[in-house]
Design a protein around this ligand. Structure first.
Ligand code: ASN
Length: 281
């Protein structure tokens, strides 16, 4: 995903300055690229009995807020975090508030943010009691040199950063509780044999990719995972190159779908590779 809107003369100037100092080019010429953002609300089975409107309004709201930030010269990485945080606050989607429940009836969330300029990332898996895992991953990315955090350390980082804990009652919404009850308690079937719509009765994992005015791209993905997953199960979403990937020379990707399948092929990284070779995905 590359958005180039330059006249031939711009290319010429850009090339000359690139050789000298790309940072100076950006300062002297100001914004060079049209900022853009794409947001997704997951691949889950859409509940047919419900109106599509609130779901569409949710992704639109997220895209608008991310784009507003880009328009004020915000960075791509800040824009994807802002957009994903909006969806995390929206109980219709499987991330933050509205996350699905694991086998024990608890919320464990995975999230990632990747900066295409540096290939640097922040990711967390199995995070509990956090309203905005995307914001958490951005903090983690900027505050440490690590890429991925889990377990007690992940919760401790949250405390050390003063990120407020929210109670499970905030994260768990009735739709997800019902889905969990139906899957785990209802007909006593194992999660492996439950149908797709049972596993995903609302909307799903969320993500965003963006390009800012300097041409840098970023990607973010956030999820509660899959209903009745084993406690401690980690999906594709927080894995670099599986749940997301970004490289400002090529493009940015945020994935959604069956994590166990996505991880097998490092889908996000593979997609960027194909983009690099100008192949269709
Ligand atoms: N629907 C999803 O995108 C779920 C997510 N990829 C996971 O497996 O955790």
């Amino acid at each position: 995903m590359l958005f180039l809107k330059l006249a031939p003369f711009d290319y010429f100037v850009l090339f000359l300055h690139w050789v000298v100092n790309l940072k100076r080019v950006k300062r002297v010429r100001g914004p060079m690229f049209e900022p853009a953002i794409i947001v997704h609300g997951g691949c889950g089975v859409y509940p047919r009995e419900e109106s599509l409107e609130p779901f569409l309004a949710g992704v639109k709201d997220a895209a608008l807020q991310g784009h507003a930030l880009l328009s004020r010269a915000g960075s791509a990485v800040d824009a994807v975090e802002a957009a994903v945080s909006v969806l995390e606050d929206n109980p219709l989607f499987n991330s933050g508030r509205g996350s699905v429940l694991n086998l024990d009836g608890q919320v464990e969330m995975d999230a990632i943010v990747i900066d295409g300029q540096t290939l640097g990332s922040g990711a967390v898996c199995g995070l509990r009691r956090c309203a905005n895992p995307a914001w958490y991953t951005l903090r983690f990315h900027f505050q440490t040199r690590h890429c991925l955090l889990t377990g007690a350390g992940a919760q401790e980082f949250m405390r050390s950063q003063g990120i407020p804990e929210v109670p499970d009652s905030y994260l768990v919404v009735p739709r997800r509780r019902l889905a969990w009850e139906k899957t785990v308690l209802g007909d006593q079937r194992s999660p492996d044999t439950a149908t797709a719509s049972e596993l995903s009765p609302g909307c799903d994992t969320v993500g965003a990719v963006a390009m800012d005015a300097t041409g840098n791209v970023a990607a973010a993905t956030s999820t509660g995972g899959t209903t009745a997953k084993l406690p401690g199960r980690v999906g594709d979403s927080p894995i670099i190159g599986a749940g997301a990937y970004a490289d400002s020379d090529v493009g940015a990707v945020s994935t959604t779908g069956d994590g166990e399948s996505i991880m097998k092929v490092c889908l996000a990284r593979r997609t960027v590779e194909l983009l690099e070779q100008s192949q269709t995905v």
